[in-house]
Design a protein around this ligand. Sequence first.
Ligand SMILES: Nc1ncnc2c1ncn2[C@@H]1O[C@H](COP(=O)(O)OP(=O)(O)OP(=O)(O)O)[C@@H](O)[C@H]1O
Ligand SMILES: [Mg+2]
Length: 587
Amino acid sequence: MKTEITYLGHIIRVDSGTIEVEVSNDIPSAAPIINGRLYKIGQIGTFIKIPIGNITIYGIVSSVSNTPSKSDEINLKYTFGSRFLTVQLVGEKIGEDDFEKGIGTYPTINDEVHLVIEKDLFDIYGKKDSGSIEIGKHSSSENLSVYADLHKLVLRHCAILGSTGSGKSNTTVSILKAILGDYQGSRVILVDPHGEYPSAFPNARVFKINNAANPLFIPFWLMNFDELAYFLVGAKPTDDQKPDYRLFRELVTNFKKDNCTLKAGNVNPNFVTADSPIPFSARKLWHDMNWWLNGTFSSSNKDDQTKATAQEVNNGDCENLVPAQFTPYPTNNTAPYKSKHQEFYSYEKKILSRLKDSRYDFLFNPGDYKDANSPKDLHNLLNEWIGSNSKLAILDLSGVPFEVLDITVGLITRFIYDSMFWGRHEAYTGKNRPLLLAYEEAHSYLNKGDNTSYSKDAVEKVFKEGRKFGLGALVISQRPSEISETILAQVGTFIALRLTNSGDQSIVKNSAPDNLNSLIDLLPSLRTGEAIIVGEAIKIPSRVRIKLNVPRPTSDDPKLVEKWLESHPENEENYKVVVTRIRQQKI
Ligand SMILES: Nc1ncnc2c1ncn2[C@@H]1O[C@H](COP(=O)(O)OP(=O)(O)OP(=O)(O)O)[C@@H](O)[C@H]1O
Ligand SMILES: [Mg+2]
């Protein structure tokens, strides 16, 4: 065996999963050419193999040195010119069986170590089987495809991490294309905060805020009561001892109980709470509050100030936010009397300003989903997003005001989660038709420092529980150090592109499931579109090149130089449109 051209050296130390190899001084060259290919001995990140009978153990070179790692072993035995490799063992192949991760038989001192040549790599990576997708090509060989186990990639969750411009969006497109192309029943929802993916997937269903052709609506009544109270009037759950908060809860509950005859099926009012996702009119809510605040009554006694004693002149128009009118009260304390129902004094104005702000129309004025009388209900929304003939739905959130991005992602996630949970035994969803939720720019809303993040709570739940009823998640981020630790701890497969920030690198190092720091150390030096993939979905941790996709996602940087070279004549009219848009908050 020592005469074989692949012979590299022998083992001088075995330390659980790590071994040390003394490279033989007799090997003919530091870079032998085998079957026409050049192999560099001791390249960090390359594989070696240790044949023991019919078992072959594989490892990855993690460091190279001219002294052994334990200094007390430096003695005359090692002559000038000796080379030592530290190798992390990753898996083994028994006879003709497939390569398996993990080590059952450990090598020992003096076992022979060999170079891994291209043929061995084909043995390790195997062929594409029915449950896998091709992620890219191995960095060391254009011909060697690297496959991922689709089940584990999706249901054990995965993360695509890398500095800006390292190729995350392109990698996302590669993976989603491989899934959608090979699996006709697959389904994916892509949360796209910058609207960059529609161009890459011309056949996807795209829903976009404020877009007339394919509007994205997320009805506000999907919010639970605490979210609604926080969002409409800035109240916190800790306010629940205050009488106005409790009255508000009661009011919302009653509105919901009144609307139990629904298009998706009737609901028993006894089961309805302020948190139930049941439509009601936000405009009517405001109109009611305004009515009680500004009403005048024939009685001055609060208990007698009722609908019956009200001195209403006309009822206004709640759809157009016109308040009811009442006979004015005189100043001399005679009838009609001013309203004593002032509980919602501070809420009413806040709600009105929310309803008038057109940026929030996708929540408070959600087209066909507006209220219980509207033509559509939540089953239509699910059908549109994840119904049978749509494999990919892109939720383009580029028009969402920054301060509502969090709650928007939270509502989408919780709604999908609930639909998978309560549909878990149905033939058309849940376990019988799993779903992948992909979150682009995840650090901007799944931030670990943010204690009151609705999206983080909802997404963490998907990562912790989703697998059981067919819900998998993918997070894409340039700042892994800012992402919730609960989420990263549940990620089964890491696709790490070039990462230059050392804080981000150490997050990947600490979260990655395999103990492969040597590969992770390569992160800052990866080329664009090159990734280290570690974790459950991949047979062996690998350095992979991902192909550049056409058509591409749009990450539209302005053409600064061209634009600054142009001349721009003065025109007083120019900014009128811009100012009007600022005022109306509408394009
Ligand atoms: N696999 C690849 N091969 C060659 N070039 C690539 C590859 N992937 C990406 N690129 C180049 O890098 C650019 C940035 O890629 P991409 O938009 O995917 O990066 P990103 O990590 O998503 O960046 P950002 O953080 O800005 O979203 C692309 O416009 C493309 O030119
Ligand atoms: Mg990107």
